[in-house]
Design a protein around this ligand. Structure first.
Ligand code: SIN
Length: 472
């Protein structure tokens, strides 16, 4: 499949896709000019009303076929994902299943875009609402989940009767092209889901935000870029969904099952080499269990193998040199500010150019720089706390509010803490919270809107209120 998707270098502007594990070229893709982006938007605008006029059942059937095809090609898709993104093949397979689950879920939800009938306030009147597709939408998706972040937007958009033009990250465009290829094979009109290949991310973003035909923008990426897109999209008063940065706290209370907490920490922190918005970013450990947790986490981390995703390792490369430098500088800044380096702390140059050793930092102060920014790397930074409200204060002391985690056996404490945490997502005794059936999204500077779940479809629907009079 990879060979079908890429070609030899073309006689026109093009982008090269690299394998981050080896830095080898996977191929070249023709880059879209802004004129080509315009043509794709125009074609989507013409195709969308016909799609919206189809029955929900018809759209559902085609989405279901698309899901089946993704399942049939899961091995190929996972290989493409690992080759262009770097994550271990087992994680790539999980991501393909996760990505496919949104297509399956929204194929089912297509039929449930219900309006309501509201008891009228006067005789001879009826009041009801219907749900209608927003129209043409645009998405901008990141490199860390090139399959799932796209299907989490595209599947509800199509299911609602919208068209969606997508701009995948330039490092990882092949998954988007492969997914579109399968959607076309399922019988979905290609003009409904054009893909834009471009290195000019800010120009394409501006085009999406200011185009009068585009009624909705869905973005997953950094808070800084999200804020800029929100400003730009205000010109057309577009609906927006923003899945932005996180700074997830991971709290271990004194009564927690420490073995479970360590297992949760490993999957939560080191999934995708730490490159997810919901990865644990700061560990707060109760004094009474600090030493035990630190020692067991260290032992578990030393079993993680680092290497190319296709070779069955636990942790792959970071996405590029900039990401690697950021992680290295953060670790240096953390130790300069007083954190103790227990293990790691170096580029693993014996393995390849973009690998970073799993790094454990101990006795990190809450105000250490490493606790303040989204790390996007394999760094576990541990801070002590002595009191429940202190832990809650530390957890909430950030502008972000995406995912949070804590471990305890005490039901009353669990209830209290989950109510107090200012986050869109709370995992209790659980390191993985992602699923198509639950609403994914953040509060504060982590974003606007929810993806997945029954709420995910509403993001692509307008509610129309219809009042009928003279019924006496
Ligand atoms: C993200 O990192 O933005 C998404 C992670 C997930 O859906 O699990």
């Amino acid at each position: 499949m990879l060979k079908e998707l890429t070609s030899q270098r073309l006689e026109q502007p093009c982008v090269e896709v690299l394998n981050p594990a080896t830095q080898e070229s996977l191929g070249w893709l023709a880059a879209d000019s802004l004129e080509q982006v315009e043509s794709k938007i125009v074609a989507a605008t013409l195709a969308q009303p016909k799609w919206a006029a189809q029955t929900a059942k018809y759209r559902s059937k085609l989405l279901r076929k698309w899901f089946d095809l993704i399942e049939q090609h899961q091995q190929d898709l996972a290989l493409i994902l690992t080759m262009e993104q770097g994550k271990p093949l087992s994680e790539a397979l999980s991501e393909v299943a996760y990505g496919a689950s949104f297509v399956e879920w929204f194929a089912e939800e297509a039929k449930r875009a219900y309006g309501v009938t509201i008891p009228a306030t006067f005789d001879g009147k009826s009041i009801r609402t219907i749900k209608q597709p927003i129209g043409v939408c645009a998405s901008i998706t990141p490199w860390n989940f090139p399959v799932a972040m796209l299907t989490r937007k595209l599947a509800p958009a199509l299911s609602a009767g919208c068209a969606m033009i997508s701009k995948p990250a330039v490092n990882t465009p092949l998954c988007a092209i492969a997914l579109r290829h399968l959607a076309l094979e399922a019988g979905i009109d290609g003009e409904l889901l054009p893909v834009v290949i471009s290195e000019q991310a800010s120009d394409v973003g501006l085009k999406f935000c200011t185009h009068p035909s585009i009624r909705k923008l869905s973005f997953t990426g950094s808070t800084a870029v999200g804020k800029q897109l929100m400003q730009q999209s205000s010109q057309q008063v577009q609906r927006v969904s923003m899945e932005l940065g996180g700074n997830a706290p991971f709290i271990v209370f004194g009564d927690a099952d420490i073995n479970e907490a360590v297992a949760g920490a490993i999957v939560c922190k080191f999934r995708n080499a730490g490159q997810t918005c919901v990865c644990a970013n700061r560990f707060y450990i109760h004094d009474s269990v600090y030493d035990e947790f630190a020692q067991k986490l260290h032992a578990a981390m030393s079993k993680l193998s680092l290497g190319a995703g296709v070779d069955g390792h636990d942790i792959g490369p970071l996405i590029d040199e900039k990401a690697l430098q950021k992680v290295d500088q953060l670790v240096h800044a953390a130790t300069l500010a007083g954190a103790e380096l227990v293990c790691g702390g170096k580029v693993a140059s014996d393995i390849g150019t973009l690998y970073y050793q799993p790094t454990l930092l101990s006795n990190v102060a809450h105000d250490n720089p490493v606790m303040k920014v989204e790390q996007f790397g394999p760094i576990a930074a541990l801070c002590r706390f002595s009191d429940v409200d202190e832990a809650i204060h530390f957890a909430n002391d950030t502008e972000f509010g995406l995912a949070s985690y804590f471990f305890t056996q005490d039901l009353t404490l669990a209830e209290y803490v989950s109510n107090k945490l200012q986050y869109g997502i709370v995992g209790i005794n659980e390191g993985i919270i992602s699923t198509e059936v639950a609403p994914f999204g953040g509060v504060k500077h982590s974003g606007v809107g929810r993806e997945g779940s029954a709420l995910g479809l509403d993001e692509y629907l307008e509610t129309k209120y219809i009042a009928v009079g003279g019924l006496r």
